[in-house]
Design a binder for this molecule. Structure first.
Ligand code: KIV
Ligand code: ZN
Length: 508
């Protein structure tokens, strides 16, 4: 008999609030649908009081995602709770997640409140939540640095007021596994009514101990783990979903716990998040990194060929990674094409597949091999596509050791007029972007820029991802080309087209 661990995913809240990871509503919706397929138990969709955009995204997720509990975060203020409830009230199973800091450091320097005041506030706001729902989570922010007996008192008060889950965060990633396990056991043993609530852990990864701390917490009695895909989150991130789930799965002989996660959706979820945010996973990242199942050393390869278990503790297939998959090319059929897209996290309609398959065939005619990143660019350009306001007609760039980088660009605007301009920059990409910005009259901020070699060799296809922001609206853009300057221009124009679409939708 194994104990079930509730997987509470906070990729769209704690993950999304970290630099470089903000997503627009459509992007959040894509990810939320994937998290539903992954079968997380609770999906924390955002912090509705933070902004109009957050409210709108949480509301849309709450309305559309029916198979998973949807949580919204709130501080201990009626205004925050009203916003949280306003956004999730139509969810099939809504949860209000309310938090206040409990450590003396936070009380003294941040809240300027004493311990009794924090307890009063906790009780008042949990009771306020209760008029909306019985599904209330209370978090003691900076719990791991809170006086133990006081922490138990706060949890006891929160549970008496109506909290059904109490969460113990290691907010600053300061705890050491043995110490954190002791703390969870102490809370279990010294909070009189703890039996009436689920005890949860929420560990940050500042010392690289998020997973270890969460596992110690589970061993000590926690039955909910708060996690994110790829471990994204504030600073060094949160405990990663894939590490917790696959540790419990792989070491079930030692750890008697189960989760409801469909492990085959782990890799597609990781990939989708990386694609949406444009931030790739580090190659040596446990479970989902590009090297996680790659055996380079001859002695390892020899062992794996003789028997997989010599050096492989998990099957790649368990996380939905098909290492035996065929390289796609011009002879690949629609079925293989659809399967590969599915493995990358895209569950597309038959119509979208048809459209994309034609584009894929065109691309395959030009190139021998089509890699996953090519497909992601195709999806970004064709499916997540919006009507093109701008289209690249012509680009000429001069750059070198003895010249000021200069770009001449021609853009077709709204399918009608063609505008041309030339400009300079500190490098060829800067010159190209300055010129495009001048022609389009846009003032977007470049929040992120990354280039990946999509295939091997110096003739590799370069894939560029940008993240742009204008008037509070953010989006990504993608482009691919063997010439990285052209790929960069395509990504920028793709991002500008998305920004135009989003600004129009929001009336900005
Ligand atoms: O890290 C933290 O303390 C949090 C809380 C809001 C749960 O994210
Ligand atoms: Zn956190």
């Amino acid at each position: 008999m194994t104990d079930k661990i509730i997987i509470f995913d906070t990729t769209l809240r704690d993950g999304e609030q970290s630099p470089g990871y903000s997503m627009n509503t459509e992007e959040k919706m894509y990810l939320a649908s994937q998290l539903e397929k992954l079968r997380v138990d609770v999906l924390e969709a955002g912090f509705p009081a933070a902004s109009e955009g957050d409210f709108e995204a949480v509301q849309m997720i709450a309305k559309r995602i029916r198979g998973v509990e949807v949580a919204a975060l709130a501080r201990t203020s009626k205004k925050d709770i009203d916003a949280a409830w306003g956004a999730i009230k139509e969810a099939a199973n809504p949860r209000i997640h309310v938090f206040i800091a409990t450590s003396d450091i936070h009380l003294k320097h941040k809240l300027k409140m004493d311990r009794d005041q924090v307890i009063d506030k906790t009780v008042e706001t949990v009771k306020y939540c209760k008029q909306f729902t019985d599904n209330i989570e209370f978090s003691a922010e900076d719990g791991s640095r809170t006086d133990r007996d006081y922490l138990c008192k706060v949890f006891d008060a929160a549970i008496t007021a109506g909290a059904t889950t109490v969460n113990l965060p290691d907010t600053v990633g300061y705890a050491i596994p043995g110490e954190f396990g002791d703390l969870v056991a102490y809370v279990k043993g010294h909070t009189p009514n703890i039996g009436k609530a689920i005890l949860s852990v929420h560990c940050h990864n500042d010392l690289g101990l998020g997973t270890a701390n969460s596992l110690e917490g589970i061993n000590a009695g926690a039955r909910q783990a708060e996690v994110t895909i790829n471990g994204i989150g504030e600073r060094a991130g949160n405990t990663s979903l894939e590490e917790i789930v696959m540790t419990l799965h792989t070491r079930r002989n030692y750890l008697p716990y189960s989760t409801s996660i469909n492990t085959k959706e782990i890799y597609p979820s990781s990939r989708l998040l990386a694609m949406i945010t444009g931030i790739s996973v580090q190659p040596n990242k446990a479970i989902v990194g590009a090297n996680a199942f790659a055996h380079e050393a001859g002695i390892h390869q020899d062992g794996v060929l003789k028997h997989k278990t010599t050096y492989e503790i998990m099957e790649p297939d368990t996380i939905g990674l098909d290492t035996s998959r065929l390289i796609l090319g011009k002879h690949s059929g629609r079925h293989a094409f659809r399967d590969r897209l599915r493995g990358l996290g895209y569950d597309l309609s038959e119509g979208d597949i048809d459209h994309l398959f034609k584009k894929f065939k065109d691309l395959a005619d030009k190139r021998k091999q089509i890699v996953d990143e090519d497909l992601e660019v195709l999806v970004a350009e064709e499916i997540l596509r919006v009507a093109d306001t701008y289209r690249l007609k012509y680009l000429n760039v001069i750059s070198g050791t003895t010249t000021v980088p200069a770009a001449t660009v021609q853009l077709e605007i709204k399918g009608k007029k063609v505008e041309q301009n030339a400009g300079f920059g500190v490098g060829p990409i800067d010159a190209t972007y300055n010129t495009i910005a001048r022609i389009t009259g846009t003032k977007s901020k470049l929040l992120g820029f990354s280039i990946d070699a999509l295939t091997g060799g110096t003739d590799a296809q370069g894939g560029v991802t940008v993240r742009l922001e204008e008037k509070g609206v953010q989006t990504m853009g993608k482009g691919a080309d063997p010439d990285i300057i052209i790929a960069s221009a395509k990504a920028y124009i793709n991002g500008l087209n998305r920004l135009e679409h989003l600004k129009r939708k929001r009336g900005r």
